[in-house]
Design a protein around this ligand. Structure first.
Ligand code: ADP
Length: 661
């Protein structure tokens, strides 16, 4: 299986040096700069425009005032001329002045003085107040009067505070009768009223109009806007009336400017937000790249680890479908991962003859009952070769803690088993050989040892017979010969017993032990052999059995012998029936152990010799097994016997400890 190239990360991109990181930043910076420049330019232009408008507006107002004043000066001159010329009686003069005052913005009073400055008429107020002559001088002495008389044209007097606190100013218009200076007509204007009435409303909406004197004192003003931020201002000399008066227009900050500023601020703010979000996105991307890199490193590490494994790994989902196999597993079975993934039972690597057993194991695993110590299964490779596998199953839990399937690690134990089997066979051969040797030795010893007493018995017997044939009935001689013969027979018996002892090989060592433990040990020893022969060994162990004082090894030997005989007997039994049941139960105060097989049973002629030494029906049999077993059991004051099973086969029983505890 080829290893994918590890995922490589461009570190320069991570470091922020890549052009694709710089470009958007530069573009956004340029964009913001261009925007600021544009807004600045618009602002400048706006200011210019505002200034131009302001200037033209104030000039227009100033011109309008001048026009208004000069027109009313003409009207005053005409009125005064008519009055002094006598064309206008005093009553008519008053009416004419009233009409003029009503129609002339700011005009509050009209006086007519003669050439010496004496008042001749005043309207609309009947009393003649010393208007511009506040310093105690008569009207005739005022600078403006004199200037008007001398220059022969209208002159304006300086502003002054009138009775109501308002600032007033006067116009002196010289009058001539027949080419001679005859006096003057004086128009008195209230400056605040003039401004209030003459400056149009729309102008006052946009500007505050102020009249200031040369010291900066405000003499009159007009504004339709409450209080607000004042911006640009412009002033022009207020002439007429002159006298150092200035006409100022102060612009209010336009809302369009405010709107534009808000817009500009919004744009700059949005640009900043874009920058910040770009930065955040970059940080996020860096984190993701770092996480991806860590993940791919982890992945590569795991992959390398997995590929180096010799143990096969195979994951299945909850329905038993293969979802993952590692290279070791593919090598083991010979199918590729592409061929295996997605398959459901029966798997191609299941050996057909083991199908039922493998399916049973499979179902056991899916039911969550996989044995913790692993389970042995015989599988097949793609080329048909069989192999033994030891499988450990563990639940597959995903990141959310959900159980998604099963992960199995598969060990190919064929070699191990072969080695074990070889060792077992060698051991068996060795045992067999040693038993043969022992038997040979025993036979020759027996022959040798028994030769003497037997030949002695033979000669004594021959002697006795000779005596009888000769007709010599000599009881003492006969008794002696027979006694000697009996003695030799006893000696032969002792020899036989010694051989018997020898066959038992070892001294017994009694110790308290639980019979169930002994049975389990014996099962453990025979397990490999049983598997090889396809025999199922089932234990049915009784509970609360008393402890027994026995030679554990000897009893184990008895059980092994009985179990091996049972397995031998089932050689022709069908594989599904090959079951050996070893059970234990209470028997009196002791225990009864039974070994039951499904063999052909024991024919009566065989049964008659079963426990005899050297009786065997097997080609390689020794015929000593059951004989020794019975000796051992009897040594323990127990009993060994057999009986046919109802279901077919034989059951061997042995009792231990009954009455000995
Ligand atoms: P061997 O080593 O020859 O098996 P044994 O004393 O163990 O000697 O057994 C003697 C004979 O008894 C065997 O050859 C066999 O014919 C018979 N035998 C023993 N156990 C069984 C059994 N469970 N079923 C049938 N026959 C048996």
């Amino acid at each position: 299986m080829e290893t994918p190239a590890p995922f490589v990360i461009d570190r320069s991109a991570l470091g922020g040096q890549g052009w694709y990181w710089i470009l958007p930043r530069v573009a956004i910076a340029l964009f913001v700069l261009a925007l600021i420049a544009l807004l600045w330019q618009m602002h400048r232009q706006d200011l210019e425009e505002q200034r131009a408008t302001l200037i033209s507006d104030i000039l227009w107002v100033e011109q309008d005032l001048r026009f208004q004043l000069s027109r009313s000066a003409e009207q005053l001159a005409h009125l005064g001329q008519e009055f002094l010329g006598g064309d206008l009686p005093a009553r008519r003069f008053e009416l004419a002045v009233k009409a003029l005052v009503a129609n002339t913005p700011g005009l509050v009073e009209v006086l007519v003085v003669d050439a010496s400055g004496q008042a001749r008429a005043a309207a609309p107020a009947p009393d003649i107040r010393p208007f511009g002559a506040t310093e105690g001088r008569g009207i005739g002495q005022t600078d403006a009067f004199r200037l008007a008389r001398n220059a022969g044209r209208s002159m304006y007097g300086p502003p002054y505070v009138a009775a109501e606190g308002k600032h007033h100013f006067d116009i002196y218009v010289p009058l001539y009768l027949d080419g001679q200076f005859a006096g003057a007509v004086i128009g008195i204007y209230a400056l605040p009223t003039l401004i209030a009435q003459q400056v149009p409303w729309w102008f006052a909406e946009r500007y505050r109009v102020v009249v200031v004197d040369d010291s900066g004192n405000v003499l009159a003003s007009k504004s339709n806007v409450e209080a607000g931020t004042e911006g640009m201002r412009y002033q022009v000399p207020f002439e007429p009336p002159g006298q150092g008066l200035l006409l100022q227009a102060i612009a209010y900050r336009s809302t369009t400017g405010l709107w534009r500023n808000t817009l500009a601020l919004t744009i700059v703010g949005l640009a900043l937000a874009v920058l910040v979000s770009l930065w955040l996105q970059r940080r996020q991307m860096l984190r993701r790249l770092a996480a991806e890199s860590a993940l791919s490193n982890e992945h590569a590490f795991r992959k390398a680890m997995e590929d180096s494994l010799l143990t096969g790994m195979r994951a299945r989902d909850l329905e038993g479908r293969v979802v993952y196999v590692n290279p070791a597993f593919c090598r083991m079975v010979g199918w590729s991962s592409e061929e295996l993934i997605g398959l459901k039972p029966p798997m191609p690597y299941w050996a057909p003859e083991e199908y039922e057993a493998t399916l049973a194991v499979h179902q056991q695993v899916l039911a969550g009952k996989a044995p913790a110590q692993g389970v042995e299964v015989r599988l097949q490779r793609r080329n048909g070769e069989r192999f033994d596998a030891l499988i450990y199953e563990a639940p597959l839990i995903d990141a959310d803690g959900r159980h998604t399937g099963w992960m199995g690690s598969v060990l190919d134990i064929t070699e191990r088993k072969r080695a074990e089997e070889l060792a077992r066979q060698q051991q068996e051969k060795l045992q067999f050989t040693s038993r043969l040797v022992t038997m040979g030795e025993m036979a020759s010893t027996l022959a040798h040892e028994l030769n003497q007493p037997l030949s002695a018995i033979a000669s004594y017997t021959t002697g006795c017979l000779n005596l009888l044939e000769q007709g010599e009935i000599n009881p003492p001689a006969l008794r002696e010969a027979l006694q000697k013969s009996a003695h030799q027979a006893q000696r032969a018996g002792r020899i036989i017993r010694r051989v018997h002892e020898f066959v038992k090989k070892r001294e017994s060592r009694l110790a308290a032990c639980a019979i169930n433990d002994v049975i389990e040990d014996a099962q453990g020893l025979i397990e490999a052999d049983a598997r090889k022969r396809g025999v199922r060994v089932t234990l049915v162990l009784g509970e609360y059995l008393p402890e027994l004082l026995v030679d554990r090894v000897m009893i184990e030997q008895v059980l092994l012998n009985l179990m091996r005989n049972g397995m031998d007997a089932m050689a022709q039994t069908s594989p599904t029936e090959r079951e050996l049941i070893v059970s234990s139960d209470l028997e009196g105060e002791g225990v009864r152990v039974s070994v039951a097989d499904h063999g052909p049973g024991i024919a009566p002629e065989v049964a008659a010799h079963l426990y005899e030494p050297f009786f065997t029906t097997k080609s390689e049999g020794m015929g000593m097994g059951l004989n020794i077993c019975r000796s051992i059991v009897e040594f323990h004051q127990g009993r060994l016997w057999h009986e046919p099973r109802e279901a077919g086969g034989t059951v061997f029983h042995l009792t231990l400890g009954a009455g000995t505890q």
